[in-house]
Design a protein around this ligand. Sequence first.
Ligand code: KIV
Length: 262
Amino acid sequence: MNIFDIQLMKSKNQKISMTTCYDYWSARIINESKIHLVLVGDSAANVIHGHNSTIPIDTDTMCIHISAVTKGCPDKFIIGDLPFLSYRKDLTFNMTQVEKIIKAGAHAVKLEGADGNINFIEHCVKSGVPVMGHLGLTPQSIHQMGGFRVQGRHQEQAKLIKEQALALEKAGCFSLVLECVPSPLATEITNSLSIPTIGIGAGPDTDGQVLVMHDLLGINGDFKPKFLRKFLNGKELLLQAFNEYHDSVINKSFPSIEESYE
Ligand code: KIV
């Protein structure tokens, strides 16, 4: 899979699947799966490090996750998130962050928003680095947005997101994540772009879908946004395994003779 295969999938009307991943063992399982694209997202800040936003994670921490995922996922196209403010300083600083992410093993970078990013995206693309855009709910701007809420409900905001999408395509992005926007807006944007859109909370008509791995596996029992489908009851299954192990230790059924050295 490369950026041209992804483009081809849009032209053939084939849906694209993407999940996030942050560690080596999950990456090995995903590598055996049919999933097309793997995003080492800055959502690692939430699901791995326990923060309540993506803001605290830095490039070096992202690179640790990217390096683990690329070792476990040698057959997948891997996108690494550029974290909060890591691409909003001067060009030398920004390109150093890109260099770290790509040298850690990612094939492409993802960044949030369009305003103020266009020259930087053009520079990345001209430097041989594929860029995935991200519009709608952009979690790195959570304080500016006043919380995690659907974006583009009002006409003016919807118009702005559409203009930004076109600007990202023009700047050279090879695809675009649309997060938490009304379905009709996502459909309109998807139909106006030649690059594929990957939706999360953006309805069924985007060219692909992305879910955070821990969310689709149902690890966080309390996280129930409207857009999320849990494809596994992960929390219950893990809890059951931990408790069965605990009980086996307490009732002395583990380890058995067969599980012990003579
Ligand atoms: O970091 C992340 O997990 C993301 C996805 C939600 C698209 O950016």
